[in-house]
Design a protein around this ligand. Structure first.
Ligand code: PEP
Length: 258
């Protein structure tokens, strides 16, 4: 079912003490202001700290509630000699529920390919976890190329081998690379255009009912000021939030905008 989701990607930030402080603030603010006292109790919040803090973070997040624990990446193999990496099953074993797959920083700095990401999506789903599959175009493509075709290609290559039942468990995050961490945000119209195209592309392969049920998040310099406009778009189901998820007040305000 199409869900409203706001996910925070902390990236490689915070010491352990800072992470504990941020997490307890966010959990308390969400409990007090978002879930119990407003009509936004239907928002799922996913918090993705660095993997070294996941076990500790699990203890701060009430089980069975609306706040979920997410990881920022996993390896495409189930286990083996991959020094320094972690698998989806290892993440599951420490209580992770969502895993970001194919963030543009992983594609750019670690050379992750669409084929490799298809394998990661498989491992995440096999373990009963939810992949947040990231896609998005560069500034050059946005200005000079077929950016819609490019994003559709990312979806085709990494997701379209799945059955309709499996795809139903995937969350898509549209993150134009030119808007990530730059302070430049896609306008609401630009976000809506691409989210609509993504949904249409999914419908062309899986049918309209499946496409309507997929949650598509927007990511790219979303913050407490622009979130309400972005989230008001009919095909924008929530956000993947980087910088603004590192401040408890701002992140909670973004959640409240959804
Ligand atoms: C992200 O890293 O997924 C992201 C959207 O970052 P920011 O919000 O900082 O642009």
């Amino acid at each position: 079912m199409r869900k409203k989701i706001v996910a925070g990607n902390w990236k490689m930030n915070k010491t352990l003490d800072e992470a504990k402080a941020l997490l307890s603030e966010v959990v308390n603010m969400i409990k007090d202001e978002v879930i119990e006292t407003s009509n936004r109790g239907d928002v799922t919040v996913v918090i993705c700290p660095p993997s070294i803090y996941l076990t500790t973070s699990r203890q701060y997040i009430p089980s069975g509630g609306r706040i979920m624990l997410g990881a920022q990446n996993c390896h495409e193999k189930e286990s083996g000699a991959y020094t320094g990496d972690v698998s989806a099953s290892m993440l599951k074993s420490v209580g992770v529920e969502y895993i970001i797959v194919g963030h543009s920083e992983r594609r750019q700095y670690f050379g992750e390919t669409n084929a490799q990401l298809a394998e990661k999506v498989d491992r995440v789903l096999e373990n009963g976890l939810v992949p947040i599959f990231c896609c998005g175009e560069s500034l050059d493509l946005r200005e000079n190329g077929d950016y819609v075709g490019f994003v559709k290609g990312q979806l085709t290559d990494s997701l379209f081998h799945l059955s309709a039942e499996a795809l139903a468990n995937v969350v898509v995050a549209y993150e134009p690379i030119w808007a990530i961490g730059t302070g430049l945000t896609a306008s609401s119209a630009q976000a809506q255009e691409m989210h609509f195209e993504i949904r249409q592309h999914i419908a062309s392969k899986y049918g309209d009912a499946v496409a309507q049920d997929i949650s598509i998040l927007y990511g790219g310099s979303a913050n407490e000021k622009n979130a309400a406009d972005l989230f008001a778009q009919p095909d924008v189901d929530g956000g993947l939030i980087g910088g603004a998820s590192l401040k408890s007040r701002e992140f909670t305000n973004v959640i409240k905008a959804r």
